[in-house]
Design a protein around this ligand. Structure first.
Ligand code: AMP
Length: 559
């Protein structure tokens, strides 16, 4: 165990939990974890003010795992989450942290899936139930005793639950759990409705809030980019093509992420290295020295590993993973702009983390402008500029040393000067794409997001659960050459994206990559298809049925 993991070990958690957390790649507890875990372990009720991205899930999941009695096969902890997606995420997090605790069973309970298997899983001995309130109430109506053994209750994203209209359901659930329980409430905001719940249902709760004092940041040009979690590495690679940096530090959250990104950068020819808590101190010092003297240009680090790192050459900080709190953001970006130089800080934001971005802006008192991923033309321009810059010092003198050789080669090869120069360029650029079509082929557009304000969350929040919220979200921006088509079949018809994909692939005779995003809503679905040949394709799919119902795909008119 490295020195940094002492952070978790010092929290008095079961060693099996600490081991699982360390195996996940976490190096130290985040601020909310540091503060909440001892309170929950000590049995207090608690109100935690924290949003997604602060590590709040582990802040309650770890102490709860610590408390449950694995030998008892009955529900002991109930976690309420506003959406199906969050419920699934929380359940997965519990499973990850319980990897080294045999006998722990977690069940996720949410709408849109059959009730029978969920109830069976609860009765079969799941100690941890993660549920959306609506569906849980349906279960309570069938079996009012189902929660009678619960001792720990967590309300996750309580403000979101109220916004989605779950107030009455929450009251029903509170009544169904023994009053002797311990209750923990997490919420990004604490409006009066949440305070009133806390007054009625929590006992002398301790408050935990991550202090966000105003921080000043100067001389650093900051921007953010909306990007899906799985698109972060391609996004970084593309950004690096156009950013003119001297040395750069990229921050990620886990050891594995330092390794993955550093490997991707090295594969592209960057002089990059990973810096994480597993790397021995003397090796770390070597990495930092290399960054200082230019043997390395990019270091991919976790916060812990980058502690004390002060390298004046750093012109850029990439926050590839969101920091846990605004202080850490300010701290990270302070690595650039040293000694009065200009610095640039880029922050990648996934849809779930929009709120964290707002908190950072509030605390720093500055807007973090939205940047877009460079398009193929910008990438090409940057490549040509780099080539020009690398050739510039040579043109003045190379003729004296290589001019005669050049003449001889044109004669020997019987070709024009332009033909020979082109051949040399091709060799020198090592197969790099240097015309627009080739760059476009090489870098399929990474979909970035619509400007903030529009709720266009994909994946992480693709389902707003039982309240029909998902119907209201704006559609995602379209990639070039694609149009959106709509079918009236949706989740309530038992449709999943894979069913639509299968039907369109089979019956439309399309290649997999011709089909873009598929968004399944409650009462309809949207599918991105190539504009080229659309009419023919729709004609082919005219009689297609999915889940026994007519697909009836039509072009969807965007607003
Ligand atoms: P949450 O705020 O709970 O949604 O967590 C946000 C992300 O941070 C998740 O991807 C977690 O896996 C990750 N995370 C939580 N705690 C830590 C930690 N102590 N170290 C590294 N990553 C963490």
């Amino acid at each position: 165990m490295t020195q940094e993991t002492g952070g978790f070990a010092a929290l008095d958690l079961n060693p099996n939990i600490v081991a699982a957390v360390v195996a996940t790649g976490y190096e130290e507890p985040s601020a909310i974890q540091q503060q909440s875990i001892p309170i929950i372990l000590a049995g207090h009720d608690m109100i935690g003010q924290a949003q997604t991205g602060t590590g709040k899930t582990a802040a309650f999941a770890l102490p709860i795992l610590n408390k449950i009695d694995v030998s008892k096969r009955e529900p002991q902890a109930l976690i309420l989450a506003p959406t199906r997606e969050l419920a699934l995420q929380v359940a997965t997090a519990f499973e990850t942290y319980a990897k080294q605790m045999p006998g722990v069973n977690v069940v996720a309970v949410y709408g849109g899936a059959p009730m029978g298997p969920q109830l069976r899983a609860i009765r079969n001995g799941a100690q941890i139930v993660v549920a959306t309130p609506g569906r849980l109430c349906d279960h309570l109506r069938r079996d009012e005793k189902v929660l009678s053994t619960v001792q720990y209750l967590v309300l996750d994203e309580a403000d979101e639950m109220l916004k989605l209209g779950f107030m009455d359901d929450l009251e029903v659930i509170f009544d169904a759990i023994p009053a002797t329980r311990q209750t923990v409430l997490f919420s990004a905001t604490l409006p009066s409705s949440i305070r009133s719940i806390a007054e009625r249902h929590l006992r002398e709760p301790k408050h935990v809030k991550i202090q966000t004092k105003t921080q000043t940041v100067t001389a650093i040009d900051q921007a953010h980019l909306m990007v899906h979690a799985d698109q972060k590495i391609p996004a970084v690679l593309r950004l690096l093509e156009v950013e003119e940096f001297d040395a750069l530090i990229a921050f990620v959250r886990t050891k594995q992420a330092t390794l993955d990104l550093a490997a991707a950068l090295e594969a592209k020819g960057y002089k990059a290295a990973a810096l994480n808590g597993d790397i021995a101190q003397n090796q770390r010092e070597r990495v930092i020295d290399s960054l200082k003297d230019g043997r390395l240009d990019i270091v991919v680090a976790t916060d812990v590993a980058a502690r004390g790192l002060d390298v004046p050459r750093i012109t850029h900080v990439f926050n590839v993973d969101m920091p846990y709190d605004p202080e850490s953001y300010v701290h990270r970006i302070g690595r650039t702009g040293r000694a009065g130089r200009d610095g640039r800080a880029l922050l990648l934001v996934t849809p779930r983390e929009r709120r964290m971005l707002q908190v950072i802006e509030r605390v720093t008192g500055q807007k973090v402008a939205e940047a877009r991923l460079p398009n193929a033309q910008a990438v090409l321009d940057a490549r040509i500029k780099k080539l020009t810059t690398s050739l510039a010092p040579l043109v003045a003198e190379a003729e004296a040393t290589h001019g005669e050789l050049f003449d001889r080669l044109t004669t020997d090869l019987g070709c024009s000067a332009r033909a020979l120069a082109s051949a040399l360029l091709r060799k020198a650029t090592n197969g790099q794409a240097l015309d627009l079509a080739a760059v476009e082929r090489e870098q399929p557009l990474v979909p970035s997001f619509a400007p903030r304000g529009e709720r266009t969350e994909r994946g992480e929040r693709s389902d707003r659960g039982e309240r029909g919220e998902r119907e209201r979200r704006a559609p995602l921006p379209l990639a070039e050459g694609r149009v959106r088509c709509r079918t009236a079949l949706g989740a309530r018809d038992g449709i999943a994206a894979k069913n639509l994909l299968g039907a369109i692939l089979n019956e439309g005779g399309l290649a997999r990559d011709a089909i873009g995003r598929i968004q399944v809503r409650d009462s309809f679905s949207l599918v991105e298809l190539p504009e080229d040949g659309l009419e023919k394709l729709l004609a082919k799919l005219k009689d297609t049925r999915v889940a026994g119902k007519q697909l009836k795909l039509r072009r969807y008119r965007e607003d």
